[in-house]
Design a protein around this ligand. Sequence first.
Ligand SMILES: [Zn+2]
Length: 175
Amino acid sequence: MGKARNNIAATVRRVLRKRPRLVWYAVACGFALAVVLAVVRGCGGGAPKLTAIPPPTEEEKGDVLVTGYCSCGECCGWRRSWLGLGPAVYTYGPMKGRRKKVGVTARGTVAKHGTVAADPKVFPFGTRLKIPGYGMGVVEDVGGAINGRHIDVWFASHEEARLWGRRNLKVVPLP
Ligand SMILES: [Zn+2]
């Protein structure tokens, strides 16, 4: 073992003596890989400004469970294939292993503030909802765990979705 390692070390030293530029190639490749990883995984770019949404008043409380979600893999059940470098694929459910368009709703629209995931049997696609503390929403998405009188409202970051928590609210569908 030790001998083999010495041989490898000696070979590396010999190569480096002959071709010192290889060191710079290695450094450049490492840097390029780091940049690619940062871009692919989304490097955060500083914490978003979080606006604390106050808890509901007595009048705002109701019988619809409202949870928060974002477009991340944890919230939307996807992960990147090929050791985290490849395209996004579903992690569970009937679409498991199939390609997933990140940030795109079941209706094919781009998820943004106001996007709501619901059970289409309770709130059909396109239904406009007034959600206390959140604002206006439109049903454009579905979720594996979103059934009955439970809706999921979209936030730009996982932290905001987490801060929203679980609220039982009076959700009013608008004509
Ligand atoms: Zn999330």
